[in-house]
Design a protein around this ligand. Structure first.
Ligand code: C2O
Ligand code: CU
Ligand code: CU
Length: 461
């Protein structure tokens, strides 16, 4: 199920990596899944919560007992979680203590252009920058990650990513599982050498999933409801989650709560997508162990295991109504977006053009609503065949109108910012461009594709 089939190390500028042997052995479900720490503000006075977050090299034991070099926010392989409140500004001082330039994008954030992490506008080593996130948006599961031009895939792969959770006013009364029962889960993938170090070398070789930075961890749970915020932060793997047939109630997608809960037994996630799932363990026997498995394309790879430990009272619930969708104003413009690689498979483009920061690809009047009709036009005869792409838009969420004229996939009826676009498929989305003027990106979120050109920019005027 690998969608990537090229020797792109030269094209992405990845450093050659030492070691190619067989990774060290590991015992499944032997390490507890860490929950990324919540970052404490250095100040909560006045109009904003202020944070300091260094980007720095560190080590992580993805293979227990084998410390491996990684790039981090704040020293942990999954960066610390930032908890923001809708309507209250967060200001973050990012200090770059890495050996190279980097920048930070808040994926799903409605932010001014100079805080969006433009790929050419890097924070150089030894420098720091303040980004401001006004959080004038609905509560949702966002994430922050590097967006360095042509290096984003490698930087994110090596660790530069974390969760950013916006809590909506409306969420307090819903009584969804909260506190330690609200758990972010970041799924990533990697290839490893004999020392357990990460190999960054895009290739058709299969990768191994890791979850909150651990290979197939276990997570002790109480026999009650949990809210899991799941992010697919892999480079190019689609995952489809199955919990042994147990119901997972989807309550949110990329842009926050759905109008109403959606019970599911399988949940597909493409890179960049988030989903919030409420799982109720109260009917499970104490001592039972439930494996969350990736079953995409016939795979059967354990992601993690939930170990049910004890009975506790559960005051949480999942209300029948969650959050009404905002009105969808009529569109005044329709745009066609073509995602495709060239016949040689050498270049990845949007509307036949690779990314050029000097070029504006779409000029949009602030406040207007548009329909974007996105088609995967990969030619059939490339050396790699047509591959899946995704489409992600910065600044504003969109609604998925249809897929080849048919209804959107399950769970796609809420606010979205990242969607799958299969070979030959046309996905129509509708967005209203409000709030800020300036340049923002849209791109395939398979970061190896956007790194080599499948990215473009719009200017809101
Ligand atoms: Cu998560 Cu421009 O991306
Ligand atoms: Cu984004
Ligand atoms: Cu792509």
């Amino acid at each position: 199920h690998d969608t990537h089939h090229m020797d792109a190390s030269a094209r992405t500028g990845a450093e050659p990596t030492a070691g190619t042997g067989t990774p060290p052995p590991f015992t499944p479900f032997s390490v507890r899944m860490p929950v990324p720490p919540v970052l404490r503000p250095v100040s909560t006075k006045g109009d904003a919560d202020v944070y300091v977050l260094p980007m720095r090299p560190s080590t992580a034991e993805i293979f227990p007992g084998h410390p491996a070099p990684v790039m981090t926010f704040g020293g942990t392989f999954i960066g610390p979680t930032i908890r923001a409140r809708a309507g209250r500004t967060v200001r973050i001082h990012y200090a770059n203590k890495l050996d190279r330039g980097a920048t930070v994008h808040l994926h799903g954030g409605h932010v001014p252009p100079d805080s969006d992490g433009y790929p050419m506008d890097l924070i150089e080593p030894g420098r720091s920058r303040v980004f401001e996130y006004p959080n004038r948006q609905e509560g949702a599961t966002l994430w922050y990650h590097d967006h360095t031009c042509r290096k984003e895939a490698e930087h994110v792969y090596r660790g530069l990513a974390g969760f950013y959770l916006v809590e909506g006013e409306d969420e307090r009364d819903l009584r969804l599982p909260a506190g330690r029962y609200d758990v972010p889960i970041m799924i990533r993938d990697g290839r490893f050498d004999e020392k357990g170090h990460m190999i960054f070398e895009p290739s058709p070789m299969p990768t191994t999933l890791h979850t909150n930075g651990q290979l197939q961890p276990y997570f002790p749970v109480d026999a009650r409801r949990y809210r899991f915020r799941v992010l697919n932060a892999t480079l190019h793997r689609i995952v489809e989650l199955d919990l042994g047939g147990l119901e997972m109630v989807q309550i949110a997608s990329d842009g926050g709560l759905l109008p109403e809960p959606l019970p599911r037994t399988r949940v597909m996630l493409v890179p960049g997508e988030r989903v919030e799932l409420v799982v109720d363990f109260s009917q499970q026997a104490i001592g039972s162990k439930l494996v969350l498995t990736d079953v995409y394309g016939g795979a059967k790879e354990p992601v993690m295991r939930f170990d049910v430990k004890r009975r506790v009272p559960d005051p949480s619930r999942v209300p029948a109504r969650l959050r009404p969708l905002p009105p969808l104003p009529a569109a005044t413009t329709v745009r066609d977006i073509k995602l495709s690689m060239t016949a040689s498979g050498e270049e990845f483009a949007i509307n036949d053009k690779t990314f050029d920061h000097n070029r504006v690809d779409a000029r949009i009047e602030e406040g207007t609503t548009e329909i974007w009709s996105i088609t995967n036009t990969d030619p059939a005869d490339t050396p790699f065949g047509p591959v899946d792409h995704t489409f992600h838009m910065h600044l504003v969420p969109f609604r998925v109108l249809d897929r080849d004229g048919k209804p959107p996939l399950p769970g796609e009826n809420g606010l979205k910012d990242t969607v799958l676009v299969r070979p030959g498929e046309t996905v129509r989305v509708q967005a209203t461009f409000t709030g800020y003027k300036g340049r923002y990106l849209y791109h395939c979120h398979l970061q190896e594709h956007s790194d080599i050109g499948m990215m473009a920019q719009m200017e809101i005027v």
